[in-house]
Structure formats: structure tokens, C-alpha cells
Design a binder for this molecule. Structure first.
Ligand SMILES: Cc1cc2nc3c(=O)[nH]c(=O)nc-3n(C[C@H](O)[C@H](O)[C@H](O)COP(=O)(O)O)c2cc1C
Length: 150
């Protein structure tokens, strides 16, 4: 099993969390992390599970490093066989646009034919838990799913 953790960020939180998440896998899981800015949808392959950590910025928009990746997920992209899971970062103070950045990526991945391993989780910066703690719980559900399907 190969796992690549991708981050889309504006001010660095998603990148820091993605780096931390990569330390929560065993070496045998072949885990790495990279910026969404450094890959394109055509780089994604069926032999790797992609965990995407993505914030929301502006008025429900994608963070800067995720914009090009998302714009390349157009009608011509075929991601059949690609497996992914999304952990969003957001803030419920932005009531109407909470977590929309991660939803934009998820919707485009699914439209392109990729398969979501688990439900998208959005951490709320105004909530009572830390993103790291929520991510630790979420990643266990991802690992269970990966081990059940590989
Ligand atoms: C200017 C600004 C706009 C934001 N807009 C939204 C938003 O529309 N929806 C949301 O859920 N969170 C929003 N957030 C919260 C961020 O998603 C959150 O702070 C996140 O941790 C930032 O992660 P990053 O450093 O990886 O970009 C906004 C934050 C800032 C500073």
C-alpha cells in the first residue's frame, strides 16, 4: 500500500498537519507528503491512496496551493480507480462557507470518477478540539478502510 498525503493551504496549517499525519503511518505503508501545487490530476494512480488535507480561504474558496490542481480537474479528467479521502480545515465563524474548499476538491474528484475511502471530515477551528486530535481519529478510520480493501 502506498499513501501520499497532499495538502492545499493558504497560511500553512494544512501543510503542517499533513506532515504530522505522515508520521502516523508505519514505514511499510510507504507514506509521503506533497503540496497539491506540485502535482496534477494526471499524476494520480490507482496504486496509491491519496489523503488530501485542504483548508478554505477567502469567501468559501480554495486556498492558493490547491487552485491549479482543482482547475485541472475538468470534464476530461478520468480518475477511475483512484482512491482518496479528504480532511478539511475550516472555521464555522464563516457560517455560509464552512469547509467549502475541501468540498470543492471532493466534488471534483468524485465527478472525475475517483472513489472516496471515508466521509470527508472538516475540522472547525472554532470548535473545542484540536485539528491534530480530530485528524488522529479520522486517520484510524482511513487505515481500517485501507487495510480492509488492500
Ligand atoms: C481570511 C480568511 C478567510 C477564511 N475563510 C473561510 C471560509 O470561508 N470557510 C471556512 O470554513 N474557513 C475559512 N477560514 C478558516 C481557515 O480555513 C482556517 O483558518 C484554516 O486552518 C487555514 O488553514 P491554512 O493555513 O492551511 O490555509 C478563513 C480564514 C481566513 C484567515
Amino acid at each position: 500500500m502506498n499513501v501520499l498525503i497532499l495538502h492545499g493551504t493558504e497560511t500553512g496549517n494544512a501543510e503542517m498537519l499533513a506532515e504530522e499525519m505522515s508520521g502516523w503511518f508505519d514505514a511499510r505503508d510507504g507514506v509521503g507528503h506533497a503540496s497539491l501545487a506540485d502535482i496534477t490530476p494526471s499524476d494520480l494512480d490507482a496504486g496509491t491512496a491519496y489523503l488530501i488535507v485542504c483548508s478554505t480561504y477567502g469567501d468559501g474558496e480554495l486556498p492558493g496551493t490547491a487552485k491549479t490542481f482543482h482547475s485541472l480537474l475538468d470534464g476530461s479528467t478520468d480518475l477511475s480507480g483512484v482512491r482518496f479521502a479528504i480532511f478539511g480545515l475550516g472555521d464555522s465563524q464563516y457560517q455560509d462557507t464552512f469547509g467549502l474548499g475541501s468540498k470543492l476538491i471532493e466534488d471534483a474528484m468524485i465527478t472525475a470518477g475517483a472513489q472516496a475511502l471515508v466521509s470527508r471530515h472538516v475540522h472547525d477551528a472554532s470548535g473545542s478540539d484540536l485539528a491534530e486530535d480530530a485528524a488522529r481519529i479520522w486517520i484510524e478510520t482511513v487505515k481500517d478502510r485501507l487495510h480492509a480493501t488492500s
